[in-house]
Design a protein around this ligand. Sequence first.
Ligand code: DX5
Ligand code: ZN
Length: 217
Amino acid sequence: MTGVKIAPSILSADFAALADDIARIAGEADLLHVDVMDGHFVPNLTIGAPVVACLRKHTDLYLDCHLMVTNPGDLLDAFADAGADGCTVHVELGDPRPLFDRMRALDLRVGLTLNPETPLPEVVPYLSDIDTLLFMSVHPGFGGQSFIADVLMKVAEARRIIDRENLAVEIEIDGGINEETAPLAAEAGADILVAGSAIFHAKDPAAAARAIRLAAE
Ligand code: DX5
Ligand code: ZN
């Protein structure tokens, strides 16, 4: 298994020093994962498009915006304007196709995500419409939670379907990823590993990101 991508989640960075924290891990990051929470779809409130616009001035990294919000359709234009590269929406909100259409029109890469308890068949009908399938391996809302290993079975099944159908979908996993769980996720078939606390709460965040990549490979 080679070539996983590492996506540090800035949820665990210092929100008052984001540019500095991002500069510290930029050399080890393939994407930057941006958790957008509205205090309604999930019980936490974070940041929105204005912060993405500021981040855009400080980094060329792919800005991977994970929208944990009840009305993502209201925000897509603002995220595209802000310089987001891709947005990911939750399947639990209902038929995502209108959101996909808007994302394509805005030239955003299209991501779809499912919560740990949501069955894989909920997303299968959309696999040919998306670029990224994001598996939540914690309950969305907070960093620093424990990895839910049951999700690995869904990842492995999605890997089989994507390979069998020869689909151009990357599998991303988000929540509880560290040096111990990264190999399990990679083995199950994840291409992109999101890690927040394991990177930004480490003494040396770049070394932590490198260690996660090495462990996965
Ligand atoms: C949780 C977020 C995650 C979070 C992961 O709702 O979607 O991206 O930052 O944090 P860790 O890696 O600490 O589990
Ligand atoms: Zn996330």
